[in-house]
Design a protein around this ligand. Sequence first.
Ligand SMILES: NC(=O)C1=CN([C@@H]2O[C@H](COP(=O)(O)OP(=O)(O)OC[C@H]3O[C@@H](n4cnc5c(N)ncnc54)[C@H](OP(=O)(O)O)[C@@H]3O)[C@@H](O)[C@H]2O)C=CC1
Ligand SMILES: CC(C)(CO)C(=O)C(=O)O
Length: 335
Amino acid sequence: MAPRILIFGTGSLGGVYAWVLSRAIPESNITAVCRSNYEAASQRGFTINSTLWGQGLCVRPQVVRSVSEAVAQYPLSFDYIIVTAKAIPTTLSTAELIRPAITPGRTAVVLVQNGIGIEEEYARLYAGDDVPILSTVAYLPTTQTAPAVISHREVEHLHVGTYPASGVPDMHKRAAKAFVDLLTAAGATATLHDDVQAQRWAKLLVNGSWNPICALTRLRDGQFVDSGKKNGEENEAFGFVRNIMREIASIAQACGHENVDDKMIDFQLSRMTARGLPGLQPSMMADALDGKSLEVDAIVGNAVRIARDRNVPVPLLGAVYVLAQGLSASFSLPR
Ligand SMILES: NC(=O)C1=CN([C@@H]2O[C@H](COP(=O)(O)OP(=O)(O)OC[C@H]3O[C@@H](n4cnc5c(N)ncnc54)[C@H](OP(=O)(O)O)[C@@H]3O)[C@@H](O)[C@H]2O)C=CC1
Ligand SMILES: CC(C)(CO)C(=O)C(=O)O
């Protein structure tokens, strides 16, 4: 039987994964929890414009406003809950909000979110409940350009592993493999890892640097580097990004991920330089332009705290954290 899937927070990434999964399972098996794009998604479905797959691709999942509405329609039946809401603190946490849709022994929670340490509240809440927590790392540059209309470019790859990496029941490892097999059947690119945390740190090189820098400066990655060009002088903007990546790599290394090194930094930087101008708009920049709360703690603050615990000096990342935190706070002040 085709699995039944609940996508919680169906914006840019969630909309694209709804379309991807609809290539392997009936779209009626996919339920999308939506908020600001609810009207558009329920009336017209999601439209994906992709440089990889083509323009005007449409998917029409079941669209609901809440987890309780989804559960009322399909009680005890979700095999996967894919969390693609932003990893920001809310009064009732996302981990708590999805609880009614979880059937222990059946449902796996798939976290498709950037950052580090984002899995811990789920692992704490569901400890002993036989609920596999799958941690994933998404290379999928997407932006919602209008409600339920999403542009995607360049690359599509999901790294998947259990959280934690070891000491979990075999059933959790099987759930991770089954999810990778499902994406593969859908024609997507997914890699199964016994321990996905090194991949998380490798991606944090990109998100911990570019996301806050682009949010703070309102410049895309290529535009930011271009802003640092001076005749005959070293590009300070490029050097700044590299130095932040070096700080993130030194935290990763202190956590035992030695392959997050200068070579990997060069690789991540080369992806940006290959793109040219104007460059990519990271998801945190999209939120800053919309005046929304930023994923500051998931993407920067947690790494800074790990650095402090391990006595790793991160002066640049620490400064970026304080500034991005201030920017995020500014959006909730009355003007
Ligand atoms: N965009 C990208 O290129 C990439 C993003 N990521 C990561 O993936 C995650 C998702 O990012 P992205 O898709 O860009 O985010 P979006 O903001 O585009 O989508 C998140 C969606 O979740 C909805 N949502 C949040 N809370 C609720 C709720 N309580 N009930 C219903 N809906 C809710 C939001 O609604 P509303 O509009 O009302 O806020 C929004 O539609 C983030 O962690 C991001 O860092 C990873 C790789 C690439
Ligand atoms: C930088 C990017 C697009 C990489 O996929 C990303 O993860 C984000 O926008 O948050």
